[in-house]
Design a protein around this ligand. Structure first.
Ligand code: DOR
Ligand code: ZN
Length: 339
């Protein structure tokens, strides 16, 4: 068989990205915008994104940072779910480009101390979101439960929400367990899921198996080999319920290499070359276009990307550090490169 040396993909969408704030944000946005046409921007900033005014300002900052590398970059905005948000507030947020609200259970991940601690308290806001066509994105981990069981336990809440709000679109974010994969497959077409690059690469062995790898530490934790296998099967199968959300989450080297390290893998800069490698290895390269530039747009009711992006077979070494952050695959040689 002739070796493939070029791959053309739709200019992809990242349906889950963290770009942080202030000066640091500029480089993170540029890494993201040079590889993605649109990205769903997470609201776990400090302070959190909870008002139309804040979100409008944040969006402008992101657009300004992206301009140099991709003037067409489209940030898709989110707010952090809390109780008491009114219909008028949701309408104002929608007018500023908000497409989703993010449910963070209290304390399960970075900047989520102010997340939801009373499940039922957010039902009225979720009911409004259902009525208004705003997607509910869920960080599906149950606080306080043994770390490897948090997602499986919270999955029951996702199922409950899907049944209670049948018209609500729900995205179960960054899946990490076979149980959650099975649940998403079983629920209606209003429930979909994102899968990250790093959760397609490793089980918990990749975080603590033979050495402590702080730059692989993330939430939810990668889990057992059978969980990894279920995620890979879902991503490579061409099932429209599963699409890319990198959860690219930069933290400085100092915040990762310390006694109480921050959770997050910085993958934006290497996402596509790594995905090409993995889909090729799985014999599923024909499924990659929909995974990165099709199914997510369809689910969110957005037009599919019009532009394309080309990758060429040209080995390069991933830098050890980018903007003070150690990226996924740092120092590794990747065979595929953005043309
Ligand atoms: O590993 C993670 N990092 N998981 C999340 O859910 C949040 C993210 C972050 O913001 O750093
Ligand atoms: Zn995230």
């Amino acid at each position: 068989m002739k070796e493939m040396n070029e791959i053309v993909l739709p200019f992809p969408d990242d349906f889950h990205a963290h770009v942080r704030q202030d000066q640091a944000m500029i480089g993170y946005v540029q890494d993201l915008a040079s590889q993605f046409g649109r990205a769903l921007i997470m609201p776990n900033t400090v302070p959190p994104m909870v008002s139309a005014k804040q979100i409008a300002e944040y969006k402008q900052e992101i657009l300004a940072a992206a301009k140099e590398v991709n003037p067409d970059f489209k940030p898709l905005m989110t707010f952090k779910l809390k109780s008491g948000i009114t219909e008028a507030e949701l309408l104002a947020m929608k007018a500023e480009g908000v497409v989703a609200g993010k449910y963070y259970p209290a304390g399960v991940t970075t900047n989520s101390e102010d997340g939801v601690s009373d499940f039922e308290s957010v039902f009225p806001v979720i009911a409004l979101m259902e009525k208004m066509g705003i997607v509910l994105c869920v960080h599906g981990e149950e606080p306080g439960v043994f770390c490897l069981d948090r997602e499986a336990v919270f999955a029951d809440k996702v199922e409950f929400l899907a049944n209670k709000f049948p018209k609500l679109k729900i995205v179960f974010e960054h899946l990490s367990s076979a149980k959650a994969v099975a649940l998403v497959k079983r629920l209606s077409s209003n429930v979909a899921a994102t899968i990250t690059v790093h959760h397609l690469l490793m089980s918990l062995d990749g975080v603590i198996g033979d050495a402590l790898r702080p730059h692989h530490f993330c939430k939810p934790l990668p889990k057992r080999p059978e969980d990894l296998a279920a995620l890979r099967e879902a991503a490579f199968s061409g099932d429209p319920k599963f699409f890319l959300g990198t959860d690219s989450a930069p933290h400085s080297r100092e915040k990762k290499e310390t006694c109480c390290g921050a959770a997050g893998v910085y993958s934006a800069a290497v996402a596509l070359p790594v995905l090409v490698r993995e889909f090729l290895a799985a014999g599923a390269i024909e499924k990659l276009s929909d995974f990165v530039g099709g199914f997510g747009a369809d689910f969110y009711g957005l037009p599919r990307p019009e532009k394309t992006i080309k990758l060429v077979r040209e080995p390069w070494v991933v830098p050890q550090e980018i903007h003070g952050v150690v990226p996924l695959a740092a120092s590794e040689t990747l065979e595929w490169k953005l043309a």
